[in-house]
Ligand binder design. Structure first.
Ligand code: UFG
Length: 321
């Protein structure tokens, strides 16, 4: 079955494309390469185009049965200082894509949403019925798209899954693709940059949180576990239903635990220093992944150590170190 992977030259989209191919689907990557990388789309048909280019989309939508939408700006901090960029691409661009889908015969769409739609939840672990109250423009834009999907689903029969990712990390076991962000802000690749001398030190953003060791706790999920859920999501859509699902492991790890795992696996010390809290960081975010487990018969398979070792395998092949 042919699937259009919009944003397939990015980090999570490229892993989804590889997993689709391994499972016998025929992914076509659609990406404007603004933050995506042609090298992550190697081995795939790549259509270079923007989500707002309705004519280009119309032509390629004729050739597919489903769409996966990964194309979005995804820096929380940047969204605070430049919300215009985020609303323009993630909401206006996203709705343009949605309209192009509606104008085609395709009625199945899988959307990359985020735990940022929940903001700072009152209760952990986070279930899907937790009130959606984002605390930054990035989360606002993802929630806006979720609302559009829900309305289009009710009105026009579009079937969708909104997958709310927790902390995507790790790299494909082949070593051929992985995370490539510029600038890098995520914890694990930032620690690798410190190891490789590409930044002076990893800053630990806060050690006075109400968590066991004082650093923030997150639910790190391997990018290929995410990718596998997307493939199962296509089968779910064939049952004619629509919903939102958390994708996480259900287990939290603190920043210090992640650093220990990195030091153990790489055999290198992470140059680090304490820094103030990063604005907008909740103390703890952990998923209740039971809805995805029940509806997809899916469960995250890979541990934190596997996340770190695959990410290091990829990062140590990039650039100088
Ligand atoms: N951290 C550091 N130092 C760094 C980078 C991160 O201490 O240099 C800490 C952060 O404070 C946080 C944890 O490591 O506690 C993870 O931070 P990341 O930047 O890797 O990831 P976030 O949890 O900020 O972001 C993720 C997703 C976003 C999503 C957000 C919701 O990547 O898309 O969760 O809170 F919006």
């Amino acid at each position: 079955m042919p699937v259009l992977v919009v944003g397939g030259a990015g980090y999570i989209g490229s892993h989804a494309a590889h997993t689709l191919k391994r499972r016998g689907y025929e992914p076509i990557i659609y990406d404007n390469l603004s933050t995506g990388h042609a090298e992550l789309a190697k081995g795939f048909e790549l259509v270079v185009g923007d989500v707002a280019d309705s004519a280009k989309l119309a032509a390629v939508l004729k050739r597919v049965d489903a769409v996966m939408h990964f194309a979005a700006h995804a820096y929380v901090g940047e969204s605070v200082v430049d919300p215009r960029k985020y609303f323009h691409n993630n909401v206006l661009g996203g709705v343009a894509l949605l309209n192009a889908v509606l104008d085609s015969k395709v009625r199945k769409l899988i959307f990359s949403s985020t735990c940022a739609v929940y903001g700072i939840p009152a209760k952990l672990p986070i279930r899907e019925d937790t009130p959606r109250l984002p605390v930054n423009p990035y989360g606002d834009t993802k929630l806006a798209f979720e609302h559009a999907l829900e309305a289009y689903g009710r009105a026009y029969g579009l079937r969708f899954v909104s997958f709310r990712y927790f902390n995507a990390a790790g790299a494909d076991e082949s070593g051929g693709i992985g995370e490539l962000h510029s600038p890098e802000t995520h914890l694990i690749p930032s620690a690798f940059e410190a190891i490789k001398g590409e930044r002076p030190a990893l800053e630990i953003f806060g050690e006075d949180y109400p968590t066991p060791d004082g650093t923030c706790v997150r639910d790190y999920i391997h990018v290929n576990d995410l990718a596998e859920a997307h493939v199962l999501g296509l089968e779910y859509l064939d049952r004619g239903e629509s919903t939102a699902m958390n994708l996480g492991t259900g287990q939290g790890h603190s920043v210090r635990e992640v650093i220990s795992s990195i030091e153990r696996i790489t055999g290198r010390e992470v140059p680090k220093r304490m820094a103030p809290r990063r604005p907008g960081d909740p103390a703890e975010l952990v998923a209740d992944p039971s809805r995805a487990e029940e509806l997809l018969r899916w469960k995250a398979q890979r541990s934190l150590n596997q996340i770190v070792s695959t990410a290091w395998n990829w990062a140590s092949r990039q650039g100088k170190h």
